[in-house]
Design a binder for this molecule. Structure first.
Ligand SMILES: [Zn+2]
Ligand SMILES: [Zn+2]
Length: 704
C-alpha cells in the first residue's frame, strides 16, 4: 500500500459511474446470495466469500462450516430444541479448526473420528463436500420466510424475539415489522416494551445504509487521509491500516487502523472528532470505533510499539491465514497472537513438549530463552489488559490448538522449535522470519496456499503498480466517455504512460453512443495523425471495445477489425442467457481470430449486480487455444475476471491485461485497484502484457 502513496502522481479524482449500466440505486439482489452473506453482512471476512459460486464442487471446510452455522440459526428460528442447534454449531467449529485436508478425511472414512461430528452430521458434510449442495439445508431455507432471517441483522432481535413477533403479530418481513413498530404493536408484546421497540426502529433505519460492504476504492478514499492524519500526530510512532483494505479485497466491510503510540488520549480524541463522523460507537482506553456518514465503520486499535507488528499481522490476515500461521507457530512450540509470539503454554503439555524437544536437540540455550520468554509473555499480557475480551476468546482457541498440537508434536519430533524473543520483532518481515518464512505480501494472506508457497520458496514476485507501462481499454467522448481523445492521451502522458489504447464502444452499444464503422475509421485516422504529430510522448493504439453479439459474432466485420491495432471484445447485452449459451457465445467470439483481449468476463458490478453466468474454466481453455488475453478490468466496480481465478488460469498459460476501462481522465488511476487484485491473483509482471515496454508491445500486437 505504501507504494501507492509514493508513486501517486496526481490525486484521485471523483469517480463517475461506469458505463454499461447506470444503476438506479438498485440494491443488489439480497436473496440471490448465500444465507451466510445475509447473516453476516456487517462482519463479512474473506473466508466467507462464496468460493463455491466461483469454483463449483470445491467446497472448502470453512464454507461447509458456514452452512452448518446457518443451519443452526435456521433451526433456532424454527424453535427447534437447543441440543440440535448446538450440534451444528459444534460441528461447524470442529470443521473450522480441522488441520487435515477434509477431502482426505472423507476419503479415508474418518469423518466421525472428529470430535463433535456424529453420523448425521458426517453425512451432511459429505453431501456438501461432494455435491456442493445440501438438500436438508435447501429445504430448511425454503421452509422459513426469508424476512425472518433478515431480521436477525437488526440489533437486539434474536431468534426468540423473532419467533414471538412472527407468532403473535404474524410478521414475516422487515417492512411489516417497521409498520408494527410504528403502530406501537411491538411495544405491547410481553418481553418487548417501548425501549426494545425504539431500538428495533433505529436498527431497521441503520440496516439499509450500514449493512453493506464498500468497494475498495471508496474505502481507500476514506482511509488514506485518516492514516496520514494519524501518522502526523506527535504521539504516534507507527500507524497502518489493516483488514481487507490492506489485503486489497474488492470490497471492504470496515476499516481497521493499528497504531503504536506513546500516548493514547490525543490519538483517540483526534480519531473520534474528525469531520464526516456520524456516530462514535466506541471510545475506550486502547480502542475507538466510529461510523462515517457513508455508513463505513472504522476501528482504531492502539498498541505498545513492541506489539505493533503482531497486531498489524493479526488484523490484516484473513481468518484462514491467521489460523495457519498460528498452527505453524504451534508446530514450533510457539503461540502466535495479536500480542506476540511466545512459547505455547496451556495445560502444561506443549511447554513440556517444547522442553523435551529442546533437550532432544541438545539445545539448552533455547530452553533458557524459552523460560525468559514465558516471563515476558506474562508481563506483556499484563500490559494489555485493555484487550481482555478479545484476549479471552483468543486464549481459548489457542488452548484448543495447543491440545491439537499435542498429538501433532509427537509425530513431528523432527521439528526443533525455535523460540523467538517477541520484543525484538519490529516488523512483519521479522515475524514471518521467526516462523522460518519469507515476507508474505498482505494481498496474499488469504490462507490459499501462500504459506506453503513461502515455505517451498515459490512465492511469486508480484506485479507492482510501477511495472505498468500503459493500458488498452479506455473510452473517449466518441462513445460514452467524458473526456476527448486528446484529453485522455494528455492524462496518460501526464501519468508517464508509454502508451494508451483507445477502445470506444461499437455500434451495437447504441445506448453508449457506440461508433459506426465510419466513425471508428475516422478515429483510427485521427489517432494515426496524433502519433505522427508527436504532440504527446504517449503512443496511442487504436482499438475498439467491440460488442460480442448475442450469437457470438463480433459487432464489426472482419475487414473493419483488421484496421485496428487490437480488439477488446465484451458482452454488453442479453445477460439472461444460460451459462452454456453465454459460454459458447464468448468462445465463438474468441475463435474469430480478431479478439486480442476478452473484456470484463462476467459483467458484474460489485455491490450492484451479479455477473452473468459463465463457465470460467471453459473460457480460460478457449482463451489459451485462441491466444486471447483475458482482461483484469480495474474499474473498482468490476475487478473482473475475479482474482480467485487468476492463479490457476495463469498457471495454465493465460495472459492478463490490466485495464482501467476509464471513461474519464481521472479513472486512469483505477489501475491501482487492478494491481491490488492482480497481486491477489498471484500475478507476476511477466503475465501481464501491459508491463511490456512500447517497442515490445508494438511487436507483440503485430505478431499475435
Ligand atoms: Zn464494457
Ligand atoms: Zn469499456
Amino acid at each position: 500500500m505504501t507504494k501507492f502513496r509514493s508513486t501517486e502522481r496526481h490525486p484521485p479524482t471523483a469517480i463517475s459511474k461506469p458505463f454499461c449500466i447506470r444503476p438506479k440505486n438498485v440494491l443488489f439482489s439480497y436473496f440471490s446470495r448465500p444465507l451466510r452473506f445475509r447473516l453476516q453482512l456487517c462482519s463479512l471476512r474473506t473466508s466467507d466469500l462464496s468460493l463455491s459460486a466461483l469454483f463449483p464442487f470445491t467446497v472448502t471446510k470453512n464454507e461447509i462450516a458456514d452452512i452448518l452455522t446457518d443451519i443452526a440459526v435456521l433451526l433456532e428460528l424454527k424453535g427447534e430444541n437447543p441440543f440440535k442447534t448446538r450440534a451444528y454449531q459444534t460441528g461447524a467449529r470442529a470443521l473450522e479448526s480441522l488441520e487435515e485436508d477434509l477431502g482426505t478425511i472423507i476419503a479415508e472414512a474418518r469423518l466421525q473420528e472428529i470430535k463433535g461430528v456424529g453420523e448425521a452430521l458426517a453425512k451432511k458434510i459429505i453431501e456438501l463436500h461432494t455435491t456442493g449442495k445440501l438438500r436438508f439445508y435447501e429445504e430448511l431455507k425454503a421452509s422459513i420466510p426469508p424476512g425472518l432471517v433478515e431480521m436477525l441483522e437488526i440489533p437486539g432481535l434474536g431468534a426468540k424475539k423473532i419467533i414471538a413477533l412472527h407468532q403473535k403479530l404474524g410478521i414475516t418481513t422487515i417492512p411489516e415489522l417497521a409498520k408494527a413498530c410504528a403502530d406501537g404493536l411491538v411495544a405491547g408484546l410481553t418481553g418487548f416494551g417501548e425501549k426494545t421497540q425504539d431500538k428495533i426502529v433505529a436498527g431497521i433505519k441503520n440496516r439499509e445504509s450500514y449493512g453493506r460492504r464498500h468497494i475498495w476504492w471508496d474505502a481507500f478514499a476514506v482511509a488514506e487521509p485518516i492514516l496520514a492524519g494519524l501518522r502526523a500526530l506527535s504521539a504516534v510512532q507507527r500507524a497502518e491500516h489493516a483488514g481487507s483494505l490492506r489485503r486489497g479485497m474488492e470490497t471492504v466491510g470496515d476499516l481497521d487502523f493499528i497504531v503504536a503510540a506513546t500516548e493514547v488520549v490525543p490519538v483517540v480524541e483526534w480519531f473520534t472528532t474528525r469531520g464526516g463522523i456520524k456516530e462514535v460507537t466506541a471510545k475506550g482506553d486502547t480502542k475507538a470505533s466510529v461510523r462515517y456518514e457513508s455508513g463505513l465503520q472504522a476501528d482504531l486499535r492502539i498498541v505498545p510499539l513492541e506489539q505493533f507488528a503482531f497486531a498489524l499481522h493479526h488484523f490484516t490476515g484473513s481468518k484462514d491465514h491467521n489460523v495457519q500461521m498460528r498452527q505453524r507457530a504451534l508446530a514450533r512450540g510457539l503461540s502466535l497472537s495479536e500480542w506476540g509470539l511466545v512459547p505455547a503454554e496451556g495445560e502444561g503439555t506443549v511447554k513440556d513438549k517444547v522442553v523435551q524437544l529442546n533437550v532432544g536437540a541438545a539445545d539448552s540455550a533455547k530452553s533458557a530463552s524459552s523460560a525468559t520468554n514465558t516471563e515476558q509473555a506474562k508481563s506483556s499480557n499484563g500490559a494489555s489488559k485493555l484487550e481482555t475480551n478479545a484476549g479471552v476468546a483468543k486464549d481459548t482457541s489457542a488452548a484448543s490448538e495447543v491440545a491439537k498440537l499435542q498429538s501433532k508434536a509427537s509425530t513431528r519430533s523432527s521439528v526443533v522449535p525455535k523460540v523467538s524473543d517477541h520484543r525484538k520483532i519490529a516488523s512483519e518481515a521479522e515475524l514471518f522470519a521467526a516462523l522460518d518464512l519469507p515476507f508474505i505480501a498482505p494481498e496474499l494472506r488469504e490462507g490459499l496456499g501462500e504459506i506453503e508457497a513461502a515455505e517451498g520458496g515459490y512465492l511469486p514476485k508480484l506485479i507492482e503498480h510501477t511495472d505498468l507501462r500503459g493500458a488498452f481499454h479506455n473510452h473517449t467522448t466518441a462513445s460514452d466517455g467524458r473526456n476527448t481523445l486528446n484529453e485522455m492521451i494528455g492524462a496518460a502522458d501526464a501519468l508517464g504512460w508509454e502508451y494508451i489504447g483507445i477502445a470506444d464502444h461499437s455500434k451495437a452499444s447504441f445506448q453508449a453512443n457506440g461508433l459506426s464503422e465510419e466513425r471508428l475509421l475516422q478515429q483510427v485516422a485521427d489517432i494515426q495523425k496524433l502519433n505522427t504529430s508527436q504532440r504527446f510522448k504517449t503512443h496511442v493504439f487504436a482499438g475498439s471495445e467491440c460488442d460480442i453479439l448475442a450469437d457470438g459474432r463480433l459487432d464489426y466485420d472482419d475487414s473493419t477489425l483488421a484496421k485496428l491495432d487490437y480488439v477488446v471484445a465484451s458482452v454488453h447485452n442479453a445477460f439472461a442467457q444460460s451459462e452454456a449459451d453465454m459460454t459458447s457465445r464468448i468462445i465463438r467470439a474468441m475463435e474469430s481470430g480478431r479478439v486480442t483481449i476478452l473484456g470484463h468476463l462476467t459483467g458484474r458490478l460489485l455491490q450492484r449486480r451479479e455477473g452473468y453466468p459463465v463457465n470460467t474454466a471453459k473460457i480460460v481453455d478457449a482463451a489459451i487455444a485462441n491466444r486471447v488475453v483475458i482482461e483484469l478490468n480495474a474499474s473498482p466496480w468490476r475487478l473482473d475476471m475475479d482474482w480467485r481465478h487468476w492463479r490457476r488460469a495463469a498457471e495454465r498459460g493465460v495472459l492478463c491485461a490490466i485495464n482501467p476501462d476509464a471513461h474519464e481522465m481521472g479513472s486512469l488511476d483505477f489501475m491501482r485497484t487492478g494491481v491490488n487484485v492482480a497481486r491477489k491473483g498471484w500475478l507476476t509482471r511477466e503475465l501481464v502484457i501491459n508491463t511490456k515496454p512500447l517497442a515490445e508491445m508494438k511487436e507483440w500486437l503485430v505478431k499475435r
